[in-house]
Write a protein that binds this ligand. Structure first.
Ligand code: PBG
Length: 364
């Protein structure tokens, strides 16, 4: 049977598909032998657009958006990411253009991710500590040209390590405490460059507390921390790893530090720890496959809670839309309101500029 959501021929009919009521009489329940004696008819509130708007529980606004951008060396570079149609790696000058565009669309915050030249990647991810690395140059350029937009940066070593892991690796083991010491330095380098929100995405134990203490000690007590608190070991990060070039290098997987997709209670323990260690905001990642976790986290802790609609989620919608299997705009809009409904205060999404344009036109 064909699914006909929102078809004009279905709109406004109180109950019977057999009687075509003229518009003016729509409010009158049809007289018929089959008429049910119902006190409650939830469809009354869905009959017209004005009524649907009145009873709508959640709204998405541009304030809810964080736009992730990939930064690459060079000038005037916009290099498409094959597995993320519509997403490009941008050189710093182009990132600044994107920031201006975002500001015009009233998107409050950008998230920056570097594609590091492979020649600059090494065992320890030392480029992460270079105060003149791509991300730091991008932060400074944005802050100079578009000072009123927020800038968020990942703290993790994967864009910089030759093995593609988020931490230091010895004999195939990801070291926790030694990694945290490096992440603290990476966070300080980014804060020094002007980053507003430090977002540890590495899932090492104790990193939020260590970063908070270091930031405070260095005079960055107003720099925010958004902890990737419940971050799962997910196949949905594949296109992102193409974009930052770590798919090619990644040895093994990240299951010794990212969470098992089978676990929910553990997410609450992770979030609790990060809040206790000083996280201002927390994140659940990926997004759509983990809406249950998002809802539970928000209901339990009532802190600013964000969802990351990750690269694979974006790629799925874009690929299906590109094939004509989904209506892309509608699938995008529906996927984003789902995050709000589940309790998110905001969403990191590659759709940010597209949905913002749509919201601006009053279309979402
Ligand atoms: C790096 C990082 C990843 C993402 C954000 N930060 C990938 C990973 O952990 O392997 C994924 C984002 C996306 O898929 O859009 N630590």
């Amino acid at each position: 049977m064909a699914i006909k959501f929102g078809r004009p021929s279905e709109r406004g009919r109180p109950s019977s598909p057999r009687v075509a009521l003229p518009h003016a009489n729509e409010a009158k329940v049809e007289e018929s032998a089959d008429r049910l004696d119902l006190a409650v008819r939830p469809r009354r509130g869905r009959r017209a657009e004005w009524a649907r708007r009145m009873v709508r529980e959640h709204v998405l606004t541009t304030n809810d958006l964080i736009w992730p951008l990939f930064v690459v060396d060079g000038a005037k570079v916009r290099a498409p990411v094959a597995s993320m149609p519509g997403v490009e790696r941008l050189s710093v000058d182009e990132v600044v253009r994107a920031a201006e565009h975002a500001a015009k669309l009233t998107i409050p915050c950008l998230a920056l991710f570097p594609y590091t030249d492979p020649a600059r990647r090494d065992e320890t991810g030392s480029e992460a500590l270079n105060a003149d690395n791509l991300v730091c140059r991008a932060i400074r350029a944005i802050k100079k040209e578009v000072p009123d937009i927020g800038v968020l940066c990942d703290v993790a070593l994967d864009p910089y390590t030759s093995h593609g892991h988020d931490g230091l690796m010895r004999d195939g083991v990801i070291l926790n405490d030694e990694t945290v010491a490096v992440l603290v330095r990476q966070a300080l380098v980014q804060a020094e460059a002007g980053c507003d929100i430090i977002a540890p995405s590495d899932m090492m134990d104790g990193r939020v507390g260590a970063i908070r203490r270091a930031l405070d000690g260095a005079g960055f007590s107003s720099v925010l921390i958004m902890a990737y608190a419940a971050k799962y070991a997910s196949a949905f990060y594949g296109p992102f790893r193409d974009a930052v070039g770590s798919n090619a290098t990644l040895i093994g997987d990240k299951r010794t530090y990212q969470m098992d997709p089978a676990n929910a209670d553990e997410a609450l323990r992770e979030v609790k720890l990060d809040i206790e260690e000083g996280a201002d905001m927390i994140m659940v990642k990926p997004g759509m496959p983990y809406l249950d976790i998002l809802h539970c986290v928000k209901a339990t802790f009532r802190v600013p809670t964000f969802a990351y609609q990750v690269s694979g989620e974006y790629a799925m919608i874009m690929a299906a839309a590109g094939n004509g299997w989904l209506e892309g705009d509608k699938a995008m809009t529906e996927s984003l309101i789902a995050f709000k409904r589940a309790g998110a205060d905001g969403v990191l999404t590659y759709f940010a500029p597209m949905i913002a344009e749509r919201l601006k036109k009053g279309g979402a």
